[in-house]
Design a protein around this ligand. Sequence first.
Ligand code: FCB
Length: 457
Amino acid sequence: MPVTESASETTRSPLVFPPGFVWGSATSSYQIEGATAVDGKTPSIWDVFTRKEGAVADGSNGDRACEHVERYADDVALMADLGLGAYRFSLAWSRVMPNGGSQVNPAGLDFYDRLIDSLLAEGITPMPTLYHWDLPQALEDKGGWVNRDTAAAFAEYTEAAVTRLGDRISTWTTLNEPFVSANHGYVTGEHAPGRTSMAEGMAASHHLNLAHGLSGERIRSIAPESRLAIVLNFTPVEPATDSEADRIETHHRNNLENRWYSDPIGGFGYPQDSAEHYEWDQSEVLEGDLDIISAPIDLLGINFYSRNIVSADDSYIAPPDTPRNTMGWEIHPPSLGRLLRDLHTRYSFPSFMITENGAAMPDEVREDGRIADDDRLDFIRAHVEQVHSAIEDGVPMEGYLVWSLFDNFEWAWGYGPRFGIVEVDFETQVRTPKKSAEWFSAVAKSNQVTFEEQDHG
Ligand code: FCB
């Protein structure tokens, strides 16, 4: 089903993006690397969590995943063929600093060193994220993100990574989606480490913010030429009805899901009424913390997938006939355009990039030897159109990275949901670009979206 009317239009003029607009793809360490126990790497919370009965839908884990550690050179060549200009990946903390300690592991860093050099040789900008959810298990054993010391350990790890790799990195990203780390990891328990306490989730949220700030200080001092970024996820919320109860609930959900990180980083501190609503006494917030957290960033990375309809009785609902991905997430591109305008209005961050956007789709139709994923293609195009319209409205958008380059390990869902623009056969590890990859490649190479050949819709 086309997700916008544009799919049936054939006469629209192309959407041309500003010169230098960046088209690329994103992945993360645990979801694609494999090699979880080689060259001195110690277990992360995901290595441990995936062994728990019932933690992952299909009982799988990231032991092999896409074998990116072994196959990175071919993977970079594939990105080059597709004409991608940037590759966002993450570093596995326990590869770089085994057990999250203070001892640097050069063998672990060697992999990222080689990866970065191969990307640069192909003219692809490496965009490393220091933390995409794979905390060293040894740090979890000492309290994980509930323990303030984890933020200090993250700064040490940052120093090791930036010292070794920083001469070739133009933008460092501290954290990926700290909301999900704190909420899914410590409140709902659906992600590693699988804890279920609101109070611990609140403590974790502050220590993640602090970790960002402390890490940013190291990046600034060791690599002053580099830009500093953080990647946050945003899920715009709307009340299910106009009732006061639904509107109040929506307000607090918005603060928790969409402002808990951007507000302190943007200099507004924590939303106080919602801190009270969620009974957080803020005892973890020590003097000076908010200054560390609100030091200027150069780029805000935005991960966008869906919106939430909120009702006071906590039953999230969306119109029954709304299009959804295979995980049930509502497909609602206009929420992205609105979000971008709102972020630009509210904060003074100098630049924005879509650092993840994409969809898990059924991938059942095969034509010409590859998956004909018109639904994913339509999804990406509809969201790219929203980015273009935000640019026209003056929002400083510098790029769009699709989630994901590959089908990969989708956390608690295992290998069921397929987000890749490139298919991965997990038996043979063969990579096959899908129709959406061909389309995205043409967009990346021409820096524009055309509407002439819309016979697939
Ligand atoms: C985001 C995560 C990413 C991936 C997508 C589908 O929340 O950052 O790793 O799982 O969702």
